[in-house]
Design a protein around this ligand. Structure first.
Ligand SMILES: Cc1cc2nc3c(=O)[nH]c(=O)nc-3n(C[C@H](O)[C@H](O)[C@H](O)COP(=O)(O)O)c2cc1C
Length: 204
């Protein structure tokens, strides 16, 4: 499915994927798997801290992770295609999104390619989805999220949907990933969609 932005020609089926050092690097890995299944070109940027969480949280090597992407960009390559708004994409997802990366995007500091690419997506009014993961949040985190929402970003913390009755952590992860991809109009098979209440209602 092509997406039309501001009446312009359809954007290529191409999504920027940032993976930062919040817990839950598996969300980023599954986003890449989903984009492969959907035939969407993925442009990946990974932070150094994400390589730490990768080693702590999964059995994947950095090569295993990058092999899932169509194109891998170096974190300091601010001359990469995705650093320019003229390079058309469907938008960008940061999965997971650390508080540090979120805060940098919110300020427009953009000291890395990841945050520059996010800034570009915001300025071009394309969808920016941030799967922010931290708990608990302090007021500064909440204010930063508000600022980003005001700029047009979507804050989509990877919170489990228990109504989907996940049978495993993998199913929980895939439900969150699929719902985040919904925000780009991408329909991934793993999403369990609500079909209304079943059985007798207990509340009036
Ligand atoms: C195992 C591990 C788990 C972490 N979990 C989180 C987290 O859930 N949220 C967060 O904001 N930072 C978390 N951090 C801290 C970030 O990695 C750290 O703030 C880092 O500077 C983020 O850099 P980045 O945004 O460039 O990836 C974690 C770090 C490690 C090593």
């Amino acid at each position: 499915m092509d997406q039309v932005v501001n009446g312009a020609a359809p954007s290529p089926r191409r999504l920027v994927v940032g993976i930062s050092g919040a817990s839950g690097v598996v969300y980023g890995a599954r986003v890449l798997d989903a984009l492969n299944e959907l035939g969407v070109e993925s442009h990946l940027v990974i932070t150094r801290a994400a390589l730490l969480t990768l080693s702590q949280e999964t059995e994947l090597s950095p090569d295993d992770l990058t092999a899932k992407a169509s194109v891998v960009h170096r974190l300091n390559d601010v001359g990469a295609t995705i650093a320019s708004g003229s390079f058309r994409t469907l938008g960008m997802i940061v999965a997971p999104c650390s508080v540090r990366t979120m805060s940098e995007i919110a300020t427009g500091v953009t000291s890395t390619l990841l945050t520059r690419a996010a800034d570009v997506v915001l300025k071009e009014r394309r969808p920016l989805v941030l799967m922010v993961r931290e708990t608990p949040f302090h007021l500064g985190h909440l204010r930063t999220m508000t600022a980003l929402a005001e700029m047009g970003a979507t804050i989509a913390p990877p919170l489990p949907a228990f109504y989907a009755r996940p049978g495993s952590i993998a199913e929980m992860v895939d439900q969150s990933v699929g719902r985040a991809l919904d925000l780009f109009g991408l329909d991934w098979r793993s999403v369990r969609r609500w079909e209304g209440l079943k059985g007798p209602a207990v509340a009036e």
